[in-house]
Design a protein around this ligand. Sequence first.
Ligand code: ATP
Length: 397
Amino acid sequence: MAEVVLSGVGKIYPDGFQAVTDLNLHIADGEFLVLVGPSGCGKTTALRMVAGLEEISTGEIRIGDRVVNRVPARDRDVAMVFQSYALYPHLSVRDNIGFGLSLRKVPKDEIRRKVEQAADLLGLRDHLDRKPRHLSGGQRQRVAMGRAIVRQPQAFLMDEPLSNLDAKLRVQMRAEIARIQRDLGVTTIYVTHDQTEAMTLGDRVAVMKRGVLQQIAPPQELYDRPANLFVAGFIGSPAMNLLKGTLAEEDGRLLLRFRGGQTLTLPQEVLQHRPALRSYVNRPVIAGIRPEDMEDAALSGGPEHARLTAVADLVEAMGSDVLVHFSVDAEQVVTEDTRELARDVGADVPEGPGAAGTTMVARFSPRTRIKVGDQVAAQVDTGRVHFFDPDTGASIW
Ligand code: ATP
């Protein structure tokens, strides 16, 4: 086991494309780090550079106390698990798991012991003599994990290992991977584009965009204190609602006003938590409201000055909660980031500043009685509103 340190790592592909820029990561011994970001953000490239499958153009990578820039992949003592399991179809589960050890001429008894230990850990004990074609997708994935485990590497490197599994199995295997990593305590770097996977697995999560690290933090901190609009929009589902508004101070009260006149009164603590917000008074800001930070005022009550009202355009009952969509007369936030995010999730993004207002989503309790066409009063937890600079997209703290 070992720490993995990337210092100023960059990758320029031979065609001149810069896939990773000045990446600095310090992954502690035994830590589970998730690299997450939309397709093409450079996360796979970063992982392949650690594995030694891709040369680095600038910077330094250290695994344990060794700088590995010039160390070939097979000598780096890391084990990679890919989305395609790459099992040998003609070999049994036992031989697939032990394959790497056989290559290294490890004594047969030791291979048997290690393979059986791994099989126990992975719940594969009864399947050791089967061929991969007789296994389910989840079991094949476990075999691939087994192959990595028996090598007892300094680090696990995983590239979207669950993406070929169906949704239910993915959730199951996600929990398994977390458990196994905890049991073994092996430093792990895990690449995914799925923010739920990132949030549930990572001790810390590193969010990348176009080759550049945006923020690295424990999952709850990313959610509570996103560094910028990109992270705010990427983490959380449904995504944070983003609206352009103006801050004003009246009779000692801090107000957030939207284009059509709707206004939220903000609690004074907001300025204590975000002292820099004071300099935005009488200036435009981007406000971010998470769907779960709103409740149906008909159920929750609460002061009128902390409500947004509109007509419900769409009501989606999810069982555990109800997603209510409504449109607020406020300038839509259309940045390059929101466009990119929308493209990533296949949503429509209006061109130009939104004439029709901003569509918002609120996550209400299933007790709500709201139906399409009803008037919605969304009670906003105003102490939890996020603020971003409209020019830079950076969080205002
Ligand atoms: P995905 O989730 O889609 O795999 P990713 O975040 O893992 O995306 P990478 O595979 O690291 O992204 O690719 C980052 C960027 O580098 C992409 O724009 C990709 O087109 C580009 N790229 C990858 N490999 C090469 C290559 N061999 N030559 C040139 N450009 C490349």
